[in-house]
Structure formats: C-alpha cells, structure tokens
Write a protein that binds this ligand. Structure first.
Ligand code: SF4
Length: 383
C-alpha cells in the first residue's frame, strides 16, 4: 500500500465518523443503540458533551473504556476552529471561525452535513456580570438588507445545529479563565435564523436545556428580518428564545428600500404576526431600529414607529448606524435623543444601544469577513 493510499483510506475513515455535536438526547440515544449499546449511554454522552464540556471521548469517564475507545474511532465532536481573534478596546472579541464542513451524518436539524468548509464570525462581549455571545446561523445571508455588510457576501450556506452550538462552546472555552456567571446569546450574527429554521431550533434546544448548556430562555434572543412563516412556527415551539424584529424603517416605502424582504412580508402582516405572538409573562418583543442618518431618523419617522408598535408589549432598541463601507451616515447625537424621546413620550419603551466592538468590525451589520479587506488589530492567531 502506498503512503498516498494509506492517507486516502485514513481520510475516508475519518469522513465516515458520525458527528455528535448538535445532536439531541434522542439522537444520541439512537446513536448509542446503533452501536449495540443501551439508550442511556446516549444520554450520558449528551451530558458529557454539553454539561461537562468534554470534547475528547477519552475524558468521558462516565462511559466504559471499551465504549470510549469505540467512540474514538467511529464518532467525532468538531468545534469550529478559531482562525483569527480581533480584540476591541472595549473588550469585545470578534472571532473568525473555520467550519470543517463535510461530515458523514445527519445533523440534528435533519439536514445532511455535507457542506463545504466555510468561514463565519462570532462575537464575544464581556460585561461586568455576564457575557453575551453573538452567534451566526448561516455563512453569509441572502436577505440583502441594504445597511448590512453580511448581505454583500450572499448566502454561502446554512450552518448545522452543531456548528451553531459549537460557536457558543468555542467562545466560552476561549474565555474560560474570565467567565461571568451569566451567559446571554443573541442570534444576530451572519444569517437570517428563520431561513435555517430546523438547525436553529435544534441548536436552541441544546443551548437552552438546563441539562445541557443551560442558557436561560430569558437570556437568549433570536433576531429576524421578519420571516413570517418562521415567526409563526417559532410561536409554537416549547423551547424558544425571545424574539427581536429588525424593523429599521417607519413605512413600507422606506422599508422596501433597505429591506427587500419587506416586499414579501410587508409591515401590516409583520405587525399582525407580532400581535398574535404568544409572549410569556416575563417577555416583551424587541424591535431593532438601525438609525441611518438622513434616511430613517427624522421626528416624523419616530412618530410613525410609535404608531406601528404602540399597541404591542414591546421595546424599541435604537442602534445608531456604524459607519462602514455602505452609503449611510452616522446619525447625530441630538437627533438620536430626539427620536428616543418622541417614542418614550408616546408610551413606547425605547433605548439607545451603541454597538460594541466597532473598532474591530464586530458591530451590528459589520460581520462580513472584513479582515480580508482591512488589516485590523489582529491578536493571538489560532495555533
Ligand atoms: S441584517 Fe441580518 S437578515 Fe439582513 S442581510 Fe444582514 S444578516 Fe441577513
């Protein structure tokens, strides 16, 4: 056998391994049974991966040695590879993560994990008592919002449930020495989560499971551009995060210009779906409104937004535009404050949120592999 043949066979065997990251307890129980083991072994693997954060089968000492060895040759747990880290002056870390792509098994969302390798971005934001992780759900995005650099990539591919969960585990692991007690996740990175519904929901079931990664649903937010069928499906989920709607305009005419998805799901339909959305007692909808200077930041816009969301149990987050490569201006501070005050005067809860990590292009609408275009302050390249 030539060394080349040997290498090909080894690669073939590796490709045939079953990817376990992202799998549910039921899927892992079925996997254990497929190996001739009892189903409870699958639940032990589930606990070891997500609750104990053990990604090496040899360390899963709750399993018999023979099973650990078999898992080592027949399965794999693949975290995304940290390709680059950029650390902002405010402590935010933007990760460029490499996803391995091809594997042999179905992911927990039901899609085959046969995609090409891809590069995505995840942002870790430390705060005094918590950390927030901004997670991508697709590589690139097809929704084509006019203020978003990710849109310039187009859709590269959907992520699997394991690749979504893996971003959280990779960011937590990389910051393990300084973690705060609470972790928040926001599905606001690259991609439209509701256009990768099954994988996103499968990932959320693991992320929000108290017996797994144990993030509270109160600390998890999914942000959508307004995909109505996805909102209606999410409303029926037993396990779900909070819902944020990316509004960004005060009329259909204006929203059509910056969010072409509005032509398919116009404001009246979107707000009707929001009215029907079953909020839990502690929950409010969030409307995100990127203030694009000179475009959607006038007092009249503020009054229209108040009329749109006025009857809803909701809050509005005003996000001043981050200057990027796109043709919008940064709104001035007085105009931002006037916008917020008009909303509050009309009884709408409104906050100004300044995006973090702007100096490393980690802010809202800036996740688009900018390191390929501008040499930012890179730190600690992955080994
Ligand atoms: S804002 Fe979100 S939905 Fe719109 S193009 Fe960017 S990533 Fe996609």
């Amino acid at each position: 056998m030539t060394p080349e043949t040997n290498r090909e066979e080894t690669a073939g065997k590796k490709a045939a391994r079953v990817e376990l990251l992202g799998k549910s307890p039921e899927e892992l129980a079925a996997f254990a049974e497929s190996l001739g083991e009892r189903a409870y072994r699958g639940r032990q693997i589930y606990h070891a991966i997500y609750a104990e954060r053990k990604f090496d089968f040899a360390a899963m000492t709750n399993l018999p040695a023979a099973l650990r060895e078999r898992l080592g040759s027949e399965a794999q747990i693949t975290l995304p590879e940290i390709q680059r880290r950029y650390r902002s002056e405010d402590g935010t870390v933007r990760y460029v993560l490499r996803l391995a792509g091809a594997g042999s098994s179905d992911n927990a969302g039901g899609a085959r994990r046969s995609e090409a390798p891809a590069t995505i971005e995840t942002v870790f934001m430390p705060e005094e008592n918590r950390q927030t992780i901004c997670v991508s759900t697709q590589a690139g995005c097809a929704v084509d919002c006019g203020f978003c650099l990710t849109a310039t990539l187009g859709l590269i591919r959907n992520l699997t449930a394991g690749e979504i969960v893996g971003q959280v585990l990779a960011a937590l692991g990389d910051n393990a020495a300084a973690l705060k007690p609470q972790t928040n996740i926001v599905l606001m990175g690259q991609g439209e989560p509701l256009l990768n519904y099954d994988a996103v929901v499968a990932a959320l079931r693991v992320l929000l499971d108290p017996g797994a990664i144990a993030i509270s649903p109160k600390h998890a937010t999914l942000s959508t551009s307004g995909i109505l069928p996805g909102i209606e499906r999410l409303a029926c989920e037993r396990v779900r995060p909070k819902l944020a709607i990316s509004l960004n305009a005060s009329s259909d005419e204006q929203r059509d210009q910056v969010m072409p998805i509005n032509r398919k799901y116009p404001l009246a339909d979107l707000l009707a779906a929001c009215k029907k959305y079953p909020l839990r007692p502690w929950e409010r909808l969030t409307f995100e409104y990127v203030l694009l200077g000179g475009f959607n930041d006038s007092p009249e816009d503020a009054r229209r937004v108040a009329r749109l969301v006025g009857g809803l149990k909701a809050k509005v987050n005003l996000i001043p535009w981050n200057p990027g490569e796109l043709p919008y201006e940064k709104p001035d501070a007085a105009r931002i404050e006037e916008f917020r005050r008009i909303l509050v005067d009309k009884g709408v809860l409104a906050f100004v949120r300044y995006s973090r990590g702007q100096d490393v292009m980690a802010a809202c609408g800036q996740l688009a592999l900018a390191e390929t275009k501008a040499p930012l302050a890179q730190i600690s390249p992955a080994p």
